[in-house]
Design a protein around this ligand. Structure first.
Ligand code: BG6
Ligand code: MG
Length: 216
């Protein structure tokens, strides 16, 4: 029996590829502190909160900063990041994302966003996608980072759904783990070698169909 009534989408890496902007802003920050930051290191920050990302980067650069200094650095990074985000247009929506959101809406599935990003609302606005979501749970609304299921459970609750009625779409392993910990089905966006445990792994939402969704 088909019990799926809602989809909960991660934002960065699922709906839009902001990783390059995060990378550029973190690299600029690392360089300003006298060390470099690689794309490989950036990969490890997918789904990781801003503060935790900064702590990891400072560790890689062997730099120690007080809590107050860390706050300033995180704010500086976000200012540089938002300069790029503010230039974004709907052309940057990842292939198939808008089409799949529309397909879900057309059959009455509820849709929520479940993202660690505190900038989610601005990004959805830039992409003209705000109206597609019945609920938005972002980094401002949760206190426990993925792989804790808090963000997705809050999404299900905001939609009035039980966890087992929801399917999560995630590109980060911590996000896949969060969905599973919340007793939800999960579609991984990326590589099956990385997204272990996902019920289905696809390369992008352009490969997703309602048929695949109902077969999960
Ligand atoms: C996640 C990204 O979606 O959001 C991470 O994958 C990012 O790279 C995190 O650090 C927090 O984002 P923001 O916009 O609040 O700094
Ligand atoms: Mg992501």
């Amino acid at each position: 029996m088909n019990t799926i009534k809602a989809c909960i989408f991660d934002l960065d890496g699922v709906i839009v590829d902001t990783a390059i902007y995060h990378y550029k802003a973190w690299k600029r920050l690392a360089n300003s502190l006298g060390f470099d930051f690689t794309e490989h290191q950036n990969e490890q920050l997918k789904g990781v909160s801003r503060v935790r990302s900064l702590q990891l980067i400072l560790g890689w650069g062997n730099v120690t900063k007080t809590e107050a200094e860390q706050e300033e650095l995180a704010t500086q990074k976000n200012t540089w990041y938002m300069e790029m985000v503010n230039q974004m247009t709907p052309a940057e929506i990842l292939p198939g994302a808008k089409e799949f959101l529309q397909a879900c809406r057309a059959v009455g599935l509820k849709i929520a966003l479940g993202s660690a990003s505190k900038n989610s609302m601005t990004i959805l606005d830039k992409l003209n996608l705000t109206d597609m979501f019945d609920a938005v749970i972002d980094g401002n609304k949760v206190s426990k980072a993925k792989p804790d299921p808090e963000v997705f459970l809050a999404g299900a609750q905001a939609l009035g759904m039980q966890p087992e009625e929801c399917v999560v779409f995630e590109d980060a392993i911590a996000g896949v783990e969060a969905a599973l910990a919340g007793d939800m089905k999960v579609v991984g966006i990326g590589s099956p070698d990385v997204l272990v445990g996902a019920n289905l792994v696809i390369k992008g939402l352009d490969e997703m169909t309602l048929n695949k969704l109902y077969k999960l």
